[in-house]
Design a protein around this ligand. Sequence first.
Ligand code: ZN
Length: 148
Amino acid sequence: MTEPTKGQALWRGATRRCARCGERKLFHRWVTMVERCPRCGHHYERGDGFWLGSIMINMAFTFATFLVVFVGGMVVTWPDTPWTALLILTLTLNLLFPILFHPFSRTLWVGMEMAARPLEPAEAIDAAAYGTGEWSIAGLESETPADG
Ligand SMILES: [Zn+2]
């Protein structure tokens, strides 16, 4: 099997799948992500502070959703905007949305990272040692020029 294109990595990430191989079973009880892909063996945390990117994505989507609901609610109900109801709705949304979006923010970040920074040969060798065997380093070696 070959490494994904940038578009594949991003799409798989956006749809809560492994950016590298498309595996779907990456979470336990919605929020707990596996350390490695059970299929291709990819180790998701690619360095210290890796998950800060997914936190930023989650915050940005939460804020965008809040803005759309708040401004949309104001526009639709103006001039008799039910402020208390709008406040309760947006507060509830701001509490629940980050939890519901958490797995998507994680896999999306993995996809964005992989699109921007393809696997190093050492990472592919490491993944192959843990994967199911469908993935080997041979595919990567033939595509990636060795640069030391
Ligand atoms: Zn995978």
